[in-house]
Design a protein. Structure first.
Length: 84
């Protein structure tokens, strides 16, 4: 199992709750163009990296969001979004 080190300042940025509105970062402009700017958080794992501060790669580092533009659910990884 791979564990990744993340700077402590990143954990505060990534804390989200159900119903929060997030948008993909500027680095992910392709996803932003397809799914739109505004996405609603619909699922967060119980051991999400922003809460536990233990980053298991591809296990607890993503959230499920709902795109208002395409009306689809999709995944966003930790650090790929900012809270609106």
């Amino acid at each position: 199992m791979l564990v990744k080190a993340t700077p402590p300042s990143q954990y505060d940025i990534g804390k989200v709750a159900l119903g929060d509105i997030v948008r993909p970062n500027d680095d992910y402009y392709v996803a932003r163009r397809f799914f739109g700017e505004l996405n609603v958080v619909v699922w967060i794992p119980n051991d999400y990296v922003a809460f536990t501060k233990i980053h298991y790669i591809d296990k607890n580092d993503w959230i499920m969001v709902y795109s208002i533009k395409t009306q689809q659910q999709w995944k966003l990884k930790f650090g790929e979004y900012e809270i609106v």
